[in-house]
Design a protein around this ligand. Structure first.
Ligand SMILES: Cc1ncc(COP(=O)(O)O)c(C=O)c1O
Length: 410
């Protein structure tokens, strides 16, 4: 314990913090690529320095590539995914607006909170945890609520591991003259996200999942219909910081005006991470996530462990492993961390104690991580009275790795 008196040096000096070595295989943050860490360690320059402004322009272009969009209004909000989420809602929801929120997990619930706090009237379409959002239920809600102006849903539900295909939902919303907000915090970089092709009006993501960056930045993109709706607002945006008009004074090309001091070094990191994504190619990055998921799933299956989500809707970047009866959730996770330096996640909300969330996101989505996790799980299960013949899981995973790589269509 240190005790300090104002004006005096503390009795006990603290040392620099050195984090332990970990493999981050939970729901995020994921492992940060050494190239990203190196980029972030470069000297800080002024956030209005012409060199920095040039980097910001490149960053926007790289984000357009990652989101597969030509949207002019595409930039990283300074703040975690939750701030990207709020940026979408506070700008697009006015008091009295009716918003349909599709909720199939924790993060759909957060969208609902946002709608309420913006003074909107929320219509909730609930789906089972672990299932994707149902197009049929959304269609019924759209018929029942012709006054609705917005539809919101999560593409990659991190609390359940379920993937929802955005395109059919966006098409339905547009047939009913609604705009669409999509949460792609866990999706971007790990599975197809095609903003223009799917006609998504507003989308937000996170730096700490499949982009291999530390937490703290939230890429967003707004299409022309969304920008138009914001321009036609009758009321002032309730948030000064997230008001898109003010943010764009800083992020638009041309003359930049001070809005807030951007997190300079964090933006170097995102720039580097996006460069790496471009070097790899989106289709190969998506294919890598899928292959590592298939290898992990094969290994888990060989150990007698099941995935919660039906394979057709399973997120490749986040695997929900059903905890077998008689196995203690916290003991296994603590053992993985202490003995192998592997962090996996526990379940959230209704799934707490019932599942492990094993993430293979961004730089964490690597063959060596899949094998290390299978081995560590095998010995943790054996210690809990669930023996698995040694090497069987790794063998099953290696068979998948030995197959031809499977690029997903870009
Ligand atoms: C789907 C989803 N949306 C939103 C968030 C919030 O992001 P953050 O924790 O960076 O604020 C998360 C975080 O895990 C998420 O998984």
């Amino acid at each position: 314990m240190s005790e300090s008196t104002p004006g005096r040096a503390p009795v006990v000096a603290f040392g620099s913090f050195t984090p332990p070595t970990r493999r981050l295989m939970g729901p995020g943050p994921s492992d940060v690529h050494p190239r990203v860490l190196a980029a972030m360690a470069r000297p800080t320059i002024g956030h209005l320095d012409p060199a920095f402004v040039g980097m910001m322009d490149e960053l926007k272009e790289l984000l357009r590539f990652a989101f597969r969009t030509t949207n002019d209004v595409t930039f990283p909000v300074s703040g975690p995914g939750s701030v990207g989420m709020e940026t979408c809602f506070v700008n697009l929801v006015e008091p009295g607006d009716t918003v349909i929120v599709c909720r199939n997990g924790v993060f759909g619930g957060r969208m609902l909170e946002n709608v309420r706090r913006c003074g909107g009237s929320a219509v909730v379409v609930d789906d089972e945890w672990g299932a994707p959002v149902s197009a049929g239920k959304l269609e019924a809600a759209l018929h029942e609520h012709p006054e609705a102006t917005l539809v919101a849903f999560v593409q990659a539900e991190t609390s359940t591991g379920a993937l929802t295909e955005p395109q059919p939902l966006a098409a339905l919303a547009h047939q009913h003259e609604c705009l669409v907000i999509v949460d792609a915090v866990t999706a971007l970089g790990g599975c197809p996200v095609k903003v223009d092709e799917w006609e998504i009006d507003a989308i937000y993501a996170g730096s700490q999942k499949c982009l291999s960056c530390p937490p703290g930045l939230s890429p967003v993109s707004f299409g022309t219909r969304a920008v138009q709706k914001i321009r036609e607002r009758k009321s002032l945006c309730q948030s000064w910081f997230m008001d898109l008009d003010l943010q764009l004074g800083y992020w638009s090309s041309g003359s930049r005006t001070y809005h807030h001091t951007a997190p300079v070094n964090a933006l170097y990191g995102l720039h580097e991470a996006l460069l790496m994504l471009r070097e790899e190619g989106l289709d190969l990055a998506w294919g890598r996530h899928r292959r590592n998921h298939l290898a992990l799933a094969a290994g888990l299956d060989a150990m007698g462990l099941a995935l919660l989500v039906d394979e057709r809707h399973c997120l490749p970047q986040l695997n929900m492993v059903v905890i077998p009866d008689g196995v203690d959730d916290a003991t296994v996770r603590a053992r993985l961390l202490a003995e192998s330096g592997i962090e996996i996640g526990g379940g959230l909300g209704a799934l707490a104690g019932k599942v492990w969330r094993v993430g293979l996101m961004g730089y964490s989505s690597r063959e060596e991580n899949v094998l290390a996790c299978l081995e560590a799980l095998q010995s943790a299960l054996a210690a809990q009275g669930h023996p698995v013949p040694e090497g069987r899981a790794a063998e099953a995973a290696r068979r998948v790795f030995a197959g031809a790589p499977e690029p997903l269509g870009a």
